[in-house]
Design a protein around this ligand. Structure first.
Ligand code: NI
Length: 643
């Protein structure tokens, strides 16, 4: 760990390795009886926003850690806040009924437990599988589906299995159908094996590595991206600056990639836009009604930890060009720091044209190339990959994109069988219908903390004196005044967007400065509202929620969705129907994709994307990118005629 920068220069800097060690040591020292204590979460206790805004370089930085603990001795969960300065536990509270997220060590434990269980081995033998070492065991959170004869207060997971004839095989080609293990993670015991009808293993391989796919294309010419003078951005600790943009980039164990204090330098002024932006939760509900599948859903942030599953990125593969990486230090299950190298990739991309006009009278053309800054990270959650990409542009707009790829969930079909809940992607193999629904927590501070949210619909004007030709249309603005009123869905036919305005900061036209959240067309939860998965993912009922800032409200389905019944999070908070106008607002944007898998998604799914844009609306007085220099060397008209 010696190579890690240990200096803390800002209140939002993540815990260093030695701070993680000290925080865990303080907790252990002050809870001497608890020798089976595990650390599902241990991270910086983010200071209050006003403290962060008041901070000036060189000020003392009080450091606090927040931990979620699991006592294996009795399965109880606790939340602790540690003062590192004062070397003491600042608070300690029990979390009755909460199950902390699934630990890394529990994946290995479940694999070993299942593979040594006689009932499971017998179920495999019934299917002609005798070498348990070839079996891939996938762990699944149990959600809120009762299991007959099992107390739901236990710390539980389910496990499904796949056969790999060679260790490098794609196991999802050969699901071992209708064998499900129920495991108690605290007792380290397989409670039940559900052994249903035998379905033969599908016959085809699903391997996609270069050696498995036959002859490779040879007709791509080299494409080199060179920045001989280095990138145009700079990184100091977590602070990233590029063009007029600045932001702090960190990794959170639950939320993954987090941006803080996204701001734009406008002349001498550093103008804040977002205080904090990150994934708050996501859910992947499966749409298969069978016994072996209906319970499958994953809250990948709260149940598994998006940040704890971030991969190390590599040059020329995940990012191209003049790339810089950020490492993260996270706490392991034992409270010891672990270095995760290269989890954030930062680079620039040429992105076609920024603006252009060809003047018909003079025959001259003004055009500027668009350069964008990309901040990205990629998590692997079981079979699936989620790439999180923030893009910053020279015209002051921001895009967020999630790239979905990886291997789809599969089930084996009886020979020649069909599937009502999925798409046949290979012989006797179905990829199951499912959704990926994300919720992003966007804490806007547009030119300050006092903001309001306005819904904007573009609608025809009523016929009449003001609209004699019945062709006129205009933006119709509705101020969202309370939390209940601000539970909204998209309406692409009205070009609906939501403006975050600062009513006290006017632009030169006398209008409040604003950014708008421009959503994409996307689905919400398809499972019935009274289904168990929908009840736990109420955030997936609306595309927009707005709350007044509360530092304890961070995750749309609550801090502990694992085995939850779904009362916590946005529905509970917004039941207060607090006022949200001219205050410190937080927007919660839900969006997602519904996957009816295609044959082309097998054996590995080409990237699909979903996201949203944040665009300045009267935040600037005119196009802020006029000062981008023309392309160098100067462009020349036409180019060579066809040869
Ligand atoms: Ni999918």
């Amino acid at each position: 760990m010696a190579e890690l920068a240990e200096a803390v220069t800002h209140p939002l800097d993540p815990l260093t390795a030695s701070e993680i060690e000290r925080a865990a040591a303080i907790i252990r020292r002050q809870r001497p009886g608890m020798d089976r204590l595990r650390f599902p979460l241990l991270m910086l206790a983010e200071p209050a926003k006003q403290e962060v805004y008041a901070f000036r370089a060189g000020d003392p930085i009080p450091r606090r850690a927040r931990a979620t603990l699991l006592d294996r001795a009795d399965g109880a969960a606790y939340e602790a806040v540690v003062s590192l300065e004062e070397d003491r536990l600042e608070s300690w509270r029990a979390l009755p009924g909460a199950q902390p997220p699934i630990l890394m060590e529990e994946f290995a434990a479940v694999d070993a437990l299942v593979k040594s269980d006689e009932r499971w081995l017998a179920a495999l033998a019934r299917r002609g599988i005798t070498d348990a070492d070839l079996v891939q065991v996938d762990l699944w959170s149990v959600g809120d589906y009762p299991i007959q004869g099992v107390d739901s207060a236990r710390r539980l997971v389910r496990a499904a299995s796949y056969l790999r004839n060679r260790p490098s095989d794609n196991g999802y080609a050969k699901p071992i159908e209708n064998v499900v293990a129920i495991v108690d993670l605290n007792e380290n015991r397989v409670l039940q094996i559900l052994d249903g009808d035998v379905v033969p293993l599908p016959p085809e391989s699903g391997n996609y590595d270069a050696a498995s796919v036959g002859e490779l294309r040879t007709d791509l010419m080299p494409l080199d991206i060179l920045q001989p003078e280095g990138p145009s951005f700079s990184i100091e600790g977590c602070l990233l600056s590029w063009q007029r943009w600045s932001m702090r980039v960190t990794m959170h164990p639950t939320d993954g990639l987090v941006l803080h204090q996204v701001a734009y330098d406008d002349g001498e002024r550093r103008r804040p836009i977002l205080y904090r932006a990150a994934l708050s939760e996501m859910v992947v509900p499966y749409g298969d009604g069978t016994d072996a599948f209906h319970w499958r859903n994953a809250f990948d942030a709260g149940e598994y930890g998006m940040g704890r599953n971030m991969g190390s990125l590599s040059l020329g593969c995940d990012c191209l060009g003049e790339v810089r990486y950020l490492d993260a230090v996270v706490a392991g299950d034992d409270g010891e720091p672990m270095l995760c190298p290269n989890v954030v990739c930062i680079h620039e991309e040429d992105y076609s044209i920024l603006w252009k006009h060809y003047d018909l009278s003079t025959g001259s053309s003004e055009v500027r190339r668009s350069r964008r800054l990309v901040v990205s990270s990629i998590a692997t959650l079981g079979n699936y990959e989620y790439g999180f990409y923030w893009y910053f542009y020279q015209d002051g707009h921001i895009e967020f994109e999630i790239k979905l790829t990886g291997v789809v969930q599969t089930r084996a079909l009886p020979p020649g069988g069909s599937d009502d809940y999925g798409t046949i992607v290979s012989t006797d193999l179905s990829a199951v219908n499912h959704q990926h629904i994300f919720n992003m927590r966007l804490d806007f501070d547009v030119d300050g903390t006092g903001n309001s949210v306005v819904e904007v619909d573009t609608v025809p004007l009523p016929p009449g004196e003001a609209n004699p030709h019945r062709n006129a249309f205009a933006a119709q603005e509705t101020l969202l005044e309370t939390e209940q009123q601000a539970q909204r869905i998209i309406d692409p036919l009205k070009s609906r967007c939501w403006k975050i305005v600062n009513p006290t900061k006017l632009n030169r036209f006398g209008e409040p400065v604003a950014f708008k959240l421009l959503p994409e067309a996307s689905s919400l939860m398809l499972a019935a509202a009274d289904s168990r998965v929908a009840a736990r993912a109420r955030f997936a009922q609306n595309h927009l929620w707005v709350t007044p800032y509360d530092p304890n409200e961070m995750h749309a389905a609550g801090d502990y969705p694992n085995q939850s019944t779904g009362e916590d999070g946005l529905p509970r908070w917004t039941a207060q129907d607090r006022g949200i106008s001219d205050t410190d607002v937080v927007l919660w944007h839900t969006f997602g994709v519904s996957h009816i898998p295609r044959p082309e998604d097998w054996p590995i799914m080409p990237v699909e994307r979903i996201g949203f844009q944040l665009l300045p609306v009267g935040f600037f007085d005119r196009n802020p990118s006029l000062d981008v220099a023309p392309p160098q060397p100067a462009c020349h008209p036409g180019g060579e005629p066809n040869e």
